[in-house]
Design a protein around this ligand. Structure first.
Ligand SMILES: *Cc1c(COP(=O)(O)O)cnc(C)c1O
Length: 404
């Protein structure tokens, strides 16, 4: 494999058209779209227009005239096909953390005789943290269970299994259909965290009989820093769906100002307060970057980019140990090195941006809409220089920042 081979692969890439949809800085190879997607070209004009025309011109009228009131629902409908949901089963709102709280509480309410919530030990921590807070309020219990023990942990007191479809650190993928079937056989519900799946893989929530799901707006969906998240509730659960954050935007008639709470139909009841319209506009531009993109093709390209990266690292930087599984991996790869933090900082200073996850992982994401094969080549080339020239030993790369 040569750099020219990579250029040839890029020239033949059926997804190459999508890169022009992003405003990527010159001289940077961006392999961290799994933490923060880059801005869509359309995001800034869309937000500017919304500020000038809708907010500025329409003022309060824009809640009706510019579709603001329905935006969490209409944007949810745009996200739905990316995750294998029906268009009315997804709503965009709040953060992943808050949506985990709401939907895990909804699951507990649907299984009142069961009080345990199972979550994978070593998963992205916010899910477990939020469940702890919910457990304290709901008189429930959190069980952190090793990955290979999840099925065995589905005992008859388990209300819900909360699982991240693609592991944030290793990229390992759960068999969503298999685990959902095991949970259902045990009488439990499933709540899937799609933070590293939505916009990265061809996700099929309904094909896998998932009950509930949440996902992130600012990673692969390119919605901007702190973008709203999304929530999915399978239609069969709508009748008994209870949102513990029963705010006025989830009310059946918010502007009737009734004395008591009466939930809206369907997933709209998952709303709590007033939606952040400007943030939703940016996320809409992010979701629109997937127009005409076949997710099976996107998934296959990310896997090919990751395979190429691992093969080049094995060839040129053999001191790194791959952490991710060889198959069944999401759109990111992780490699380990005891000096991983400093090495990543040195690499970033060369314009190759990935990130670091403790204790020793360098993590690289390969979103297929804008990462090219030649980027993979150049990234590993940069890494090999950082290593062979010992650049990472410079003192300035050792100091840890707040966000790694
Ligand atoms: C990024 C991520 C989150 C983020 O949660 P927020 O509340 O939106 O900040 C949650 N879960 C997983 C698995 C993630 O990767």
């Amino acid at each position: 494999m040569t750099r020219d081979d990579c250029l040839t692969m890029d020239a033949a890439d059926p997804l190459a058209f999508a890169r022009a949809r992003f405003a990527l800085p010159e001289g940077v190879i961006y392999l961290d779209g799994n933490s923060l997607g880059p801005p869509p070209v359309a995001a800034a004009p869309a937000m500017a227009a919304s500020i000038a025309e809708e907010w500025g011109g329409g003022l309060i009228r824009s809640w009706n005239d510019a579709g603001w009131y329905d935006l969490p629902v209409t944007l949810g409908a745009a996200v739905a096909p990316l995750v294998g949901a029906a268009t009315d089963e997804v709503i965009v709102c709040d953060s992943v953390s808050v949506n985990i709280f709401k939907l895990a509480a909804a699951a507990l309410a649907l299984r009142p005789e069961r009080r345990a919530m199972v979550v994978e030990a070593g998963d992205f921590p916010t899910d477990g943290y939020v469940l702890e807070g919910l457990a304290a309020l709901a008189g429930a219990e959190v069980r952190r269970v090793a990955r290979d023990g999840l099925t065995a942990a589905l005992r008859d007191d388990v209300a819900v299994l909360v699982a991240t479809h693609v592991h944030f650190a290793t990229g390992a993928i759960h068999d969503m259909a298999g685990l959902s079937a095991a949970a259902h056989a045990a009488g439990a519900l499933t709540l899937w965290d799609l933070s590293h799946s939505a916009g990265a893989l061809a996700v099929d929530l309904n094909g896998a009989a998932a009950d509930f799901a949440v996902g992130c707006g600012y990673k692969y969906l390119n919605g901007g820093p702190g973008a709203p998240a999304f929530a999915f509730a399978a239609r069969r659960h709508w009748p008994g769906l209870a949102n513990p954050l029963s705010g006025w935007f989830g009310h059946a008639a918010p502007f009737a100002f009734e004395g008591g709470y009466r939930p809206a139909d369907g997933v709209r009841r998952l709303l709590a307060g007033t939606p952040p319209i400007l943030a939703l506009k940016a996320l809409a531009a992010g979701v629109a970057t997937f127009a005409g993109v076949d997710m099976a093709r996107a998934e296959a390209k990310s896997r090919a980019l990751g395979d190429l990266f691992l093969a080049l690292v094995a060839e040129r930087c053999p001191t790194f140990a791959p952490v991710c599984p060889a198959t069944g991996r999401g759109a990111q790869v992780s490699i380990a090195h005891p000096d991983g933090y400093a090495i990543m900082q040195a690499l970033i200073s060369r314009g190759v941006i990935g990130d670091f996850r403790p204790p020793d992982m360098l993590r690289f994401g390969f979103p297929s809409l804008y990462v090219r094969y030649v980027d993979v080549w150049d990234a590993v080339d940069g890494l090999s220089v950082v290593m062979s020239a010992d650049e990472w030993r410079e003192a300035r790369f050792a100091t840890r920042a707040a966000v790694t």
